[in-house]
Design a protein around this ligand. Structure first.
Ligand SMILES: [Zn+2]
Length: 138
């Protein structure tokens, strides 16, 4: 039996971002802001929704691009996105979905978005485990 324990994890790797325009200049960015305005009053961190009050949330609510980050959009294989998201059927619907789709935008608190337990910080394996073990990410 291995006794329960905490351990620190460090991940270091490189990613490639293709050329992309500033997000604020994107013609669909207004849809992102409109989605936020329309939903923020009743929004909760997706981890809190999943676990109730037993999960530690901290900071304000942020909208996470759950499937495709804006900065990577120019390098996406559209056929793969269309396979998983039927509402995407061409470049225009992809760009609209990227910034406004309920299947693409997920509310997370700062802790679960960019903090030490954040989806942008922890490995995919650790994030996945946390979906079933609420106390896994500290
Ligand atoms: Zn949270």
């Amino acid at each position: 039996m291995v006794a329960a324990h905490d351990q620190s994890e460090t991940h270091r790797y490189r990613v490639h971002y293709p050329d992309h325009a500033p997000r604020e200049g994107d013609r669909h960015y207004a849809a992102f802001e409109e989605y936020r305005r329309r939903t923020i009053a009743t929004a909760r961190c997706a981890m809190a929704v999943r676990y109730g009050t037993g999960v530690h949330c901290a900071g304000g609510l942020e909208l996470h691009h759950a499937a495709v980050e804006f900065a990577v959009a120019n390098e996406v294989d559209l056929s793969l996105v269309m396979r998983d998201f039927p509402e995407v059927h061409d470049q225009e619907s992809f760009e609209r979905w990227l910034e406004s789709g309920a299947t693409q935008l997920v509310y997370l608190c700062t802790h679960h978005h960019r903090g030490s337990a954040g989806v942008h910080v922890v490995s995919a394996a650790d994030w996945s485990a946390a979906q079933y073990a609420p106390g896994f990410l500290l």
